[in-house]
Design a protein around this ligand. Structure first.
Ligand code: SF4
Length: 252
């Protein structure tokens, strides 16, 4: 088991670098994507979790690959793709974009307000850093998608092998975003969850704010070959298509 906050610090050293007062961050691709009805996307390198279902490959997740980009270069590449394809939305995703807060804030400062900026995160650093969410509130075009790793602490640890307390940091990030009136919605990986756990999560989100339960997005497992290998090694049961009454599959 590991502490995601400590892992964040280790990974940040591998994927962020200060050059002439600017924070450069490693990315492995810039691309048009079909999500959110079409969006310009940048994929970062380096994550502070080790989810068993992760679609990112090990080298990208560990920050071992990728190229450093300045905040202006990141914003410029995203805007260029958005202009080419007529997208109104820009997104940073892949691994954990909140590692290196200063870089992220500098990228956001270079994105024109006419674009909605979608930040996809596991929320752990937003929940743990007292000032992070407050610093984000000045960006009126921001929407944050917080992807919960399981429906409760036990599921979180089963899926990530991280210390269970970090699940509450994920929930705390959502509370903080709501308190600062930043647009956000939760998502949750459900392919490993029992129906009652999902219902408990819905209730928990409803208590934070009724609209959260309504906007909860269900994420499902995609069995890429490297994901199948990880699941086989971990011997974790999952639903191939989320239907809680179905018999879960087991990789053995
Ligand atoms: S938080 Fe996302 S990128 Fe990081 S390990 Fe989990 S699924 Fe992969």
């Amino acid at each position: 088991m590991y502490d995601p906050l400590k892992l964040s610090e280790e990974i940040e050293k591998k994927v962020a670098s200060k050059i002439n007062g600017k924070i450069y961050r490693k990315y492995y691709r810039f691309r048009p994507a079909r999500f959110y009805s079409g969006c310009s996307s940048a994929d970062t390198c380096g994550c502070n979790l080790r989810c068993v279902f992760c679609w990112s490959n090990d080298l990208a997740r560990e920050g071992e690959i990728g190229k450093y980009y300045s905040p202006e270069e990141v914003a410029g590449s995203l805007i260029k793709i958005a202009e080419k394809f007529g997208f109104k939305q820009i997104r940073i995703t892949g691994n954990e974009p909140t590692i290196s807060k200063k870089h992220l804030i500098q990228v956001l400062g270079n994105i024109p307000l006419k674009y909605t900026f979608i930040l996809e995160t596991n929320g752990i650093l937003l929940g743990s850093d007292e000032e992070f969410v407050e610093e984000l509130k000045k960006f009126d075009n921001l929407h944050v998608r917080v992807s919960l790793k399981g429906c409760n602490e036990d599921e979180f640890t089963k899926l990530t092998n991280a210390s269970p307390e970090a699940f509450n940091l994920q929930l705390l990030s959502i509370k903080k975003l709501l308190n600062e009136n930043i647009a956000c919605h939760p998502a949750v990986m459900v392919s490993f969850s029992e129906k009652e756990n999902l219902e408990q999560l819905r209730n928990c989100l409803h208590q934070i704010d009724p609209k959260l339960a309504k906007t909860l997005e269900l994420e499902e497992l995609i069995l890429y070959p490297h994901v199948a290998r990880r699941l086989k090694a971990a011997r974790i049961r999952y639903y191939t298509s989320y239907a809680p009454s179905a018999v879960p599959q087991e990789q053995i």
